[in-house]
Design a protein around this ligand. Structure first.
Ligand code: G3H
Ligand code: 13P
Ligand code: ZN
Length: 361
């Protein structure tokens, strides 16, 4: 059995200076692609399911799928994580279905569209932390609203994200507030806003510091060197995938994602979890388009799904290697959730935050 909590995994990643990509899944093929890639390079994995994925596949199907992946790959530590939980009920029901970690995204209200205020975020995140830590599960919180600095707003591509215009300040996590937030909530990992957004259409040009504010990551890491940071919206939307998609009838306008070298820079500044969904979708659907165009008589879904799965596997493998996770799986001995619960109760996993005087120095 190798189901690991986010906290244990990210503590290991911090100790050995790497990050773990968190790939979203909705179906068996995506789960297999991730695990095949992980096994090929001996990397630990984070698999995450959004609320949309849970309603698409169903909680029972998803939880048996994860059981199956765990049984097929017993040597790969596997963290099962709720992506963008919107309230306590979503987080509690994920834990009841075998998730070892949840994100309580209190940057938005429960409708996942309205920006929440700071006190709302602290209150709801702290409640979820209290609940999860009793059973040894981990919690990721989010401070700052994800969205484009170019457009001054969130993304609605996936039906999740802030609606309407939001201020520049809301789109960039305040480093001082981040210290307060981690202290007040005791989250195990902190998602921060620095100009990334979900979906394919992140940037209208190769991003520079004006639209991808890596300085925010640097400053938060300076103040919170022991906190595991999370970058959402971190697909790179690789040009070759855009080209294949468009060569076979797709109509994706030219777009730019988060360059891998920026993520690698983030990893040097405390980023330990990197969320990737769009790249996996694009890798698979580019292949669907190619097969549908090149083999016009084909009607066996496996002839579409197998090469699509291979394309996603290759993408995942590349990210494991680029983020430094290759070779780490076999170095991890999974701690049971009951022991994690004991450590939380004993205060052994409380946030380690330096005093303001030490930070300023
Ligand atoms: O949160 C964003 C992820 O890309 C999940 O997207 O809600 O369409 O499953 P989704
Ligand atoms: P992308 O849309 O960039 O893949 O981001 C996914 C994500 O952040 C899921 O939480
Ligand atoms: Zn996200």
């Amino acid at each position: 059995m190798a189901r690991i909590t986010l906290r244990q995994l990210l503590d290991h990643a911090a100790e050995h200076a790497y990050a773990v990509p968190a790939f979203n899944i909705n179906n068996m093929e995506q789960g297999l692609a991730i695990m095949q890639a992980a096994a090929a390079v001996d990397a630990p994995v984070i698999i995450q399911a959004s609320r949309g994925a849970r309603s698409y596949a169903g909680d029972i199907m998803l939880s048996y799928m994860i059981d199956a992946l765990e049984e097929m790959y017993p040597d790969i530590p596997l963290c099962m994580h709720q992506d963008h939980g919107n309230d306590e009920a979503t987080c509690a029901s994920a834990l009841a279905h075998g998730f070892t970690s949840v994100m309580m995204d209190g940057s938005l209200k429960a409708d996942a569209k309205t920006a929440a205020d700071y006190d709302y975020n602290v209150d709801i995140t702290r409640r979820v932390v209290d609940l999860a830590h009793w059973i040894g599960a981990s919690v990721e919180g989010e401070l700052g609203v994800l969205g484009s600095l170019e457009l001054g707003g969130g993304e609605q591509e996936d039906g999740h994200g802030v609606e309407g215009k939001v201020s520049h300040d809301q789109l960039l996590t305040d480093p001082g507030q981040a210290v307060d937030f981690v202290r007040a909530t005791r989250v195990d990992a902190l998602a921060i806003a620095m100009g990334t957004s979900h979906g394919a259409y992140k940037f209208s040009r190769k991003p520079d510091g004006a639209i991808l504010a890596m300085r925010v990551v640097e400053e938060i890491h300076r103040r919170l060197p022991n906190t595991h940071l999370v970058m959402h919206g971190s697909s790179s939307v690789p040009q070759p995938l855009q080209d294949v998609f468009n060569a076979f009838g797709g109509e994706m306008p030219q777009t730019w994602g988060v360059p891998v070298e920026e993520i690698v820079h983030g990893i040097r500044c405390g980023v330990r979890k990197v969320n990737i969904d769009t790249d996996c979708r694009l890798a698979m659907t580019a292949v669907f388009r190619r097969v549908a165009t090149q083999s016009r008589t084909e009607f066996d879904p496996r002839k579409f799904l197998k090469p699509a799965m291979d394309a996603m596997r290759d993408l995942c493998r590349e990210r494991f290697e680029q983020f430094g996770g290759a070779g780490q799986a076999s170095r991890i001995k999974v701690t049971p959730m009951s022991e994690m619960a004991r450590r939380y109760r004993a205060g052994e996993l409380d946030p380690r935050i330096d005093s303001p005087a030490t930070i300023a120095a």
